[in-house]
Structure formats: structure tokens, C-alpha cells
Design a binder for this molecule. Sequence first.
Ligand SMILES: [Zn+2]
Length: 496
Amino acid sequence: MPDLMQCSLKITSIMGKSYIQISFLIGLNLMKYPSGERFKLTFLAALFTALCSISVPSLAGNVILIIGDGMDDHQITIARNYLVGSRGKLTLDQLPLRSTAQVLTVDDVSSDRPIYVADSANSATSIASGVATSIGRVGTSASDDKDLANIVELAQQQGIKSGIVSTASITDATPSAFYAHVNTRDCENPKMMVQAETYYKTIADCSPDLKSNGGLGSISEQLVDSDIHVALGGGMQHFVQVAEGSDQTVLQLAEKAEYQVVTRATELNNNGSGRLLGLFSPGTMPVKWRGEDGRVAEKPIPSLLNRLHWTLGSVTYPEPMDCEDNPEYAGMPSLALMTETALSRLTGGDSGADSFFLMIESASIDKQSHLRKACGSIGELQQLDEALDLALEFAKLHPDTLVLVTADHGQAAQLVPERTLFIDIPVPVYSPGYLARINTVEGEIMGVNYATNNFLSEEHTGVNVPLLSNAVGQGLVPAMVTQPEIFDIIKSHLLK
Ligand SMILES: [Zn+2]
């Protein structure tokens, strides 16, 4: 038997805590040695084994969570086909770990009753707080309206900084789930707290969350009161009103809370490490792309005869279209620029800085899909991919950075044959919904269909959503999780 000395290092998880275990394995053929030496060698081997098998707590790591709102596999495939071709790979396609998340929603009255299609408020709450709740709720539980502790609050207890970046209003459902607690997502500003707004079928009643009723106030007020270190996105309209019980606007209170407030892309730079609030548009930030001349998906038009009987006449499909730059996007900071700024602020430009949590949302994959604007969703998904490039670059330099990419729920867009499979049958066959026929880089036409309803806005769908990770997620991210388990994954890597 040859002499052997082997060192191994493994990360184990005990009671939810990570430990680095360093072990030396020593195998000696003692018979080779004189008997006087055998005793010393036996003693040394025992000593090494004892010393080297101890477990020491590991340091906490960074977490960058990227959420594509409504980014199901249909949206990813549509964007991939357009941006890099059907055989190409987006950056998110190249992440080494691919998992799936089951989106969970419950009824607000009977919280044991499942609802099969989510909204962004309840699904972001699942990710931020680890609890499935009901549609429209932000950081509060179904039925009993209790505040749910979120990852930002838990991180702050350990002195870990957090940042929020979104192309929506920074007070919109997804970002607010990481710092606010309200019974409905409509409570975005002091005015909306007293002026009921319609959301889905219900009339929003924000009164339980008024400070005068013992609540935490509107979402924008809660952002100012929160421990968020950097918040970048849209939503200035929610900060210009006088705060409840104050003679100052929410924006003035933000400055008082030592936020540096910026409103233009040119003000974003990598200087400084203090608190930063960037509000670059009144509401949702304009998207990068739109359909040719602002076109959206259109209904195929049946001939008069076809309207008399479905087997008769003909149908006219919408003309194919290109995607083009959206003029309203001019001057907006890209999601990548906001990501870069947030990373710089959170680390204070110091590569050895403490760990942090950063949530980045590409919001309008969803919002453009509601409006049947396929080009808008594609441009927004490209923004997400560029932000991911930056996150991965950062993770290369800071190897303990867990990068997760996921979606909150599915969306309406479906990739369908751009003309029906039954084109040769002498009957006009067409979708009852809306169709965008988009020219791709491969010189082909891609059919994107929207048909969840006959109303002005498409609806979400209840499909599982992707959960992707860099290699740091190895051993942390199972092949299939429920959405609240994403919270556990983040927590186990971020917290000490
Ligand atoms: Zn939506």
C-alpha cells in the first residue's frame, strides 16, 4: 500500500447553515517503518485527522436576483428567435443550472384554496418572503393581512445592504414586495391611500395601511422608511405628493433620509457609496422597441362570407412587421446601466465589500404582453439579458455571488405557426385572438398570438416559470421548486 495524504474541501448544510469542511485523509503503510517511528506516525496521523476534520462557518455571499416579469419559456423563445435566431443562445440560455418554479397563489378569503394564475404582487411576495399569498397583496398574508418578513429586512438585521432596480415604477408590485407591506398593490402613494382605485374586480381599500390607522403608509412612503440602499427605476409620480402626517413630499423625505435623488441617466455614475434613489419617468419606464409604426398584434380579418358561416369565404392575415426603436425610450438609462450603478453603490466600489442582495426586474416583458406588443416584450427581454451579462461579469470577480434568473408568472404571448397548419384545407382557419407576424434575423416570419380574452388587456397564464442560476447555485437549486422555496435558496446563501 503506498503512503497517501489527501485533502478534501466540501460545503455542507446543517440545519440550514452552510459549513466548509476541510478533511485530510492519511494512509500510511506503517510496516515499512521501524517500530520506533510507527508510534510517532500513528500519533501524527491521529492529530491531523482530528485537527483537519473541524467545520467552520462560511462567510455569507452576495445574491443577485433577476426577475423577468411574465418571462415564461414562450417569451424567452420568441425573444431568442428574434435576437439571435432559433439556433442561437441568449446569455440566460447559457447559465449552467436550469430549474423550474411552480407558481403558487391562494384565495384571499380561504387561504387553503388554490388559485391557478398569479399576479406580480403575490408571486413577488412568494419570492421575497417565502409565503404564498393572494392576488394583489404585497408583503402581507392572505385572509389575516399580517406583515410578512422579507429578505431585505432579514438581510438588514445582519447589516447586509440591499438594492432594487426595475423598469417599472419602483413602487410597482414586484419591487415593492421586497420592502413594503400593504393589503393591495394599488396603495402606491399617499393620494392612492385615500382614493380607492379599481384593480381587477375589487375596489382597493388602502385605509388599513394608513399611518393614522396604525399601518405603514403608502408604498412610496415605505420605500423611504425602508433600509433599501439603492432604488432605481420609474415612478416619480408616486413621490411628489405630501406624505401622510407631514408637510413635506415623499421625495423631500427621501432626501432627508439621506437618499441622493437623481432623475436623468447622465447622473448615473459609479462614484459614491451612499444611498441612491433614481426616478427616471413618471410611471413605467418607456420600452426600447415597438412594432413598426407603433403597430401591435392585430386580429385576422374574415371576409363577409366567412362571417356568415365559418366554412365559407376567406381571411386576411395581418401584414408582417419589423421591430423598431421606440422614440420615447430616448434618454432612458438601460437596465444594464442601472444594474451597473446599483452594483457599484452596494459595494462602494470596494471589491472586498460586505455581501449584498440586489433584485433587478425587467418589468415590461409582462406589461407589453398585456398590450399585445411583441416587439416591446422582446426589447425588454434583451435588456434583461444585458443586465445578466453584467451580473455574471461581477460574479466572475466575486465568486461567492449567486445569480438567479426567474419569472414571477406566465404571460399571454404564444409562439404559433405564422400561418395555420391547415392552410391547404379549403376553409379559412385563423386564431380568434390577435396575431403579430414578425420578421426575424433569419429572414423568416414568426407568429406571436394573444388570445386570453376579448378585452383591452391580455391576462397572465398559470404555467411553471424558469429558474436559472450560475454555478454557485450547484447544490442549492433543486430541479423543481415551489416559488416560495426561492426565498429559502436566497436566504441560505445570503444570510450568515
Ligand atoms: Zn401583468
